[in-house]
Design a binder for this molecule. Structure first.
Ligand code: CTP
Ligand code: MG
Length: 399
């Protein structure tokens, strides 16, 4: 175990309330927000802030539960934490926490476990705002219009520019806070928060900007709000898909069968070429490589690569898929059009699309057209193909 320097700051996390307004059937601190309890979230925040002694004030009978939460949140800083038993009021619970402070502590923060989502940066900011003479609290502007009321009667307005909603942690110089607590206990006065008790002893309190996440979980609606905040997805990253185009032309000629769009076409005139002359497959390869900016078919499969001589579509396309995957690209889809008089494509379109889609693991559609007798496809000299491919960076196929 590493011995940490003894901190001069302590955080008292008061968690001894019963949570009557939450109506959750258990002490509020142990009610789950997600898989973690209110207390665990509060302690996660405290331990993410600058190192401090951490005193958890637990409801009587629940000290063991608090100890487990403390240990889970503290990780290898467990020696900074301890659990004490709370009292009947919040003020008594804070007093129990004060009694457990180490001698070296000079600055004390008092924090409600119920403000479970308070950002660690706010905890640090409060600690830094405390001086030897003054306390510091986070506070939020009041946004609602406020009314002074008497029963059902609205008696008048309240100038909200003079008001702020106090949060925790509230920070104080230890010696003055202890003296103020002694005074309050001697007088038997209950204050609504530590800042009020500290002010009543004649000490100044400064405010710093609070945090919207520092709200107190009091009612079931507050718990729902905390749940929604924790469930909010991380901001979506914009993935821009990339498009590529590829063309290929092969003349009819040579021996053997025609290979086109990954299929063998018995009885049809073959296409000549370095491989099997499958112009559909070759156009697709260029479209995919072009979309990903990974060169072209000549670079990866040209005559410098004799291993591909006579190879069929499956070999080219499977390797292209691999090249893209290695570079972090997923394939969105491919659309291909071939121009030529023969073969008559539509009877085997579904079969061709299945084969090509299967190899690439993404939808491939193939259309075919004649050119009204014009050009080399129209004269029956060969086939011309154009392919368009969509690829997505980071291997994601979600577009
Ligand atoms: N608290 C405490 N000891 C008490 C009463 C309250 O430690 N005797 C703590 C609560 O655990 C909470 C914080 O003070 O973290 C703020 O109190 P509040 O939100 O009022 O919590 P509860 O008193 O538990 O809730 P309720 O008033 O609805 O019963
Ligand atoms: Mg209460």
């Amino acid at each position: 175990m590493t011995l940490l320097p003894v901190p001069d700051t302590a955080v008292i996390v008061v968690a001894a309330g019963s949570g009557t307004r939450l109506e959750a059937g258990a002490p509020k601190a142990f009610v789950g927000i997600d898989s973690r309890s209110i207390l665990r979230h509060a302690l996660d925040g405290v331990f993410a802030a600058a190192p401090a002694q951490v005193v958890v004030v637990a409801p009587a009978g629940h000290e063991g539960d608090a100890e487990s939460e403390l240990r889970a949140a503290a990780g290898d800083r467990a020696e900074l934490g301890r659990v004490v038993t709370g009292g009947a009021t919040r003020q008594e619970s804070v007093a129990a926490g004060l009694a457990a402070l180490w001698g070296d502590v000079t600055v004390v923060l008092v924090h409600d476990a119920a403000r479970a989502l308070t950002p660690p940066a706010l905890i640090d900011a409060v600690a830094q705002a405390v001086t030897a003479e003054s306390g510091a609290i986070p506070a939020m502007p009041v946004v609602d219009t406020l009314k002074r009321v008497d029963g059902e009667a609205v008696i008048g307005g309240v100038d909200r520019s003079e008001l702020a909603a106090a949060q925790t942690p509230q920070g104080f110089p230890r010696d003055l806070l202890e003296a103020a607590y002694a005074l309050a206990q001697a007088a038997g006065t209950e204050y609504t928060d530590d800042a009020a008790l500290f002010s009543a002893a004649g000490h100044p309190v400064r405010r710093i900007e609070g945090s919207a996440r520092g709200f107190k979980i009091t009612t079931p609606a507050d718990l729902e709000r905390a749940r929604l905040l924790l469930a909010a997805p991380a901001p979506a990253r914009t993935v821009v898909p990339r498009v590529g185009v590829g063309t290929d032309v092969h003349a009819f000629g040579g021996e053997g069968s025609l290979w086109l769009a990954g299929l063998e076409w018995p009885g049809e005139q073959p296409l000549s070429g370095h491989s099997d002359g499958d112009a559909v497959a070759h156009a697709i390869v260029d479209a995919l490589l072009g979309a990903a900016g990974l060169g072209d078919i000549g670079e990866h499969f040209g005559t410098a690569h004799p291993e591909y001589a006579g190879a069929h579509a499956e070999v080219f396309l499977a390797r292209t898929r691999e090249i893209l995957a290695e570079a972090g690209f997923g394939i969105g889809n491919v659309s291909v059009q071939l121009q030529g008089n023969r073969p008559k494509f539509s009877p085997r379109r579904a079969e061709a699309q299945d084969v090509l889609s299967g190899i690439l693991g993404a939808p491939v559609s193939v259309t075919a057209t004649t050119t009204d007798g014009l050009g080399f496809p129209g004269r029956g000299e060969g086939i011309s193909v154009m392919a368009v491919a969509l690829v997505v960076p980071d291997g994601s196929r979600t577009v």
